[in-house]
Ligand binder design. Structure first.
Ligand code: FAD
Length: 435
């Protein structure tokens, strides 16, 4: 490997790392992008909803060339009980037209394409190469030790974008070990189905797609969600819950996804399909209060490595791309001043504060605690909504007044008025008032 000094080394060719490398290389910097996988995306997992706006800023109209699955025209929410589902959703003609709102993607294809864009812009991608540790001169990061023979690389600055586990940031003590209450464990399958079947079953045409977010029985009452997204000729289905909840309830992720796939609302949508891939991955869900320091002398952290995920809105890839871009823009400014000290790189935090990333995460900083203290949101309310719906929609000669009384009684027994008032206030405070 070359002994030359680079302007920047980026660790990890996920959305954050490829975005950072693309911006740096495009500006003419000498940048190396390290990826441990056989190719970018080889091991990467995401449910698969990819939002347009973050990448559109870097590569305008990327959807005309990127390997995307379907553009999403409708987003649905299902609340499951044992054998029933309460369903709502929103679809719009506006989502059927360019520039589109969001797409489904398969990361193995998408990440390769994005990293290739960074390469085409001039970045030097080295795949199958594990970044093992940072190289320091005192407190200052001056390079990366890789798993290759003679594999020490040197640079003015290192962008750490190695994902949720970030062994690099942990080894350097830039970040603490993950706490089980701050990460979700998700399992996902890609199930192949003919294109026509998908279009028939989900009422779609051409490249249109839908997303379904599913709470309640999908996680067996644990804090988390299930999802089902349409791809071109496959379905992405998965379920995730807080790692602490899996431990507390002694549940296995595999049992959970098997039960989820067999639910009467889900099973017919998958009928005749064949599982092509099975994967598991962590998602940072601790929110604003667990974000570590994101810069220092000669280093920056972007994407999941910095815990930058908005799980309430299922947004991660767009935060990764935006933080990667902002990290790169900070490096470009530092390069102009030839100053890569912590003081100079603190601009990154300012840019993040001005962007939707820290504004949104700050706004929702109370949500992780709200859910942790009120796990019944994921059990009692889904059960009540389904049982009340069964009563309401069953026409059996009972008068409407009687039905209403039964539903109120059910509500009192299951949730209670005082608890509901307390929940409503806490919910309102966490979502609307907190900032
Ligand atoms: P990653 O995508 O994890 O990329 C990190 C890269 O670094 C990988 O390529 C990895 O191989 C490489 N790497 C790691 N360590 C090293 C090392 N030491 N040396 C070299 N390379 C290394 N987000 C959404 O926007 N929409 C969704 O629908 C969505 N659904 C999700 C569903 C699931 C099940 C999961 C797990 C996540 C989901 N997310 C979603 C979140 C999203 O996937 C992440 O926020 C996003 O991928 C973060 O990008 P990243 O580049 O920071 O990290």
């Amino acid at each position: 490997m070359s002994e030359e000094k680079f302007d920047a080394i980026v660790i990890g060719a996920g959305p954050a790392g490829s975005a950072a490398s693309y911006v740096l290389a495009k500006a003419g910097l000498n940048v190396v992008l390290l990826e441990r996988g056989e190719y970018p995306g080889a091991k990467n997992v995401m449910g698969g909803v990819f939002y347009r706006s973050a990448l559109d800023k870097l590569i305008p109209e990327f959807w005309k060339e990127a390997p995307l699955e379907r553009h999403i025209i409708e987003q649905r929410l299902w609340i499951l009980d044992n054998d029933s589902a309460f369903k709502v959703g929103y679809g719009s003609e506006k989502f059927s037209k360019e520039p589109y709102n969001c797409f489904t993607v398969l990361r193995a294809k998408f990440d390769q394409w994005f990293a290739k864009k960074a390469e085409d812009a001039g970045a030097f991608l080295i795949a199958e190469t594990l970044a093992e540790d940072l190289i320091f001169d005192g407190n200052k990061v001056i390079g990366v030790k890789t798993g290759r023979e003679d594999g020490d690389l040197y640079a003015d600055v290192v962008i750490i974008a190695d994902g949720v586990n970030s062994t690099i940031a942990k080894k350097a003590k830039f970040r603490e070990d993950l706490k089980t209450k701050n990460v979700a464990l998700a399992v996902k399958e890609i199930i192949s189905l003919p294109k026509e079947k998908i279009e028939d079953r989900f009422n779609l045409q051409g490249n249109e797609g839908v997303t379904i977010e599913i709470v309640g029985k999908s996680t067996d009452g644990m804090i988390g969600t299930g999802f089902l997204y349409t791809n071109k000729d496959s379905i992405s289905i998965g379920v995730g819950a807080l790692l602490s909840d899996f431990a507390k309830n002694n549940k296995s992720p595999n049992d959970l996804i098997e039960a989820f796939k067999s639910h009467p609302a889900v099973k017919p949508l998958l009928a005749g399909g064949e599982t092509k891939e099975y994967m598991a991955h962590l998602i940072p869900e601790g929110g604003y209060d667990v974000i570590p320091k994101l810069y220092g002398d000669g280093w920056l952290i972007a994407g999941d490595a910095g815990m930058l995920v908005n799980s309430v809105h299922r947004e991660g890839s767009n935060l990764a791309i935006t933080s990667g871009r902002l990290a790169a823009e900070t490096v470009l400014k530092a390069k102009e001043k030839a100053d890569f000290t912590s003081n100079s790189l603190s601009l990154y935090r300012q840019l993040l504060e001005q962007s939707f990333i820290l504004k949104d995460l700050k706004k929702y900083r109370k949500i992780p605690e709200l859910f942790e203290k009120n796990s019944h949101f994921f059990k009692l309310y889904p059960e009540f909504i389904n049982e009340a719906s069964l009563e309401f929609f069953t026409i059996d000669g009972t008068s409407k007044q009687e039905k209403l009384k039964k539903i109120i009684k059910l509500f009192r027994e299951k949730i209670s008025i005082s608890r509901a008032l307390k929940d409503a206030w806490q919910f309102f405070y966490a979502f609307m008032l907190s900032r």
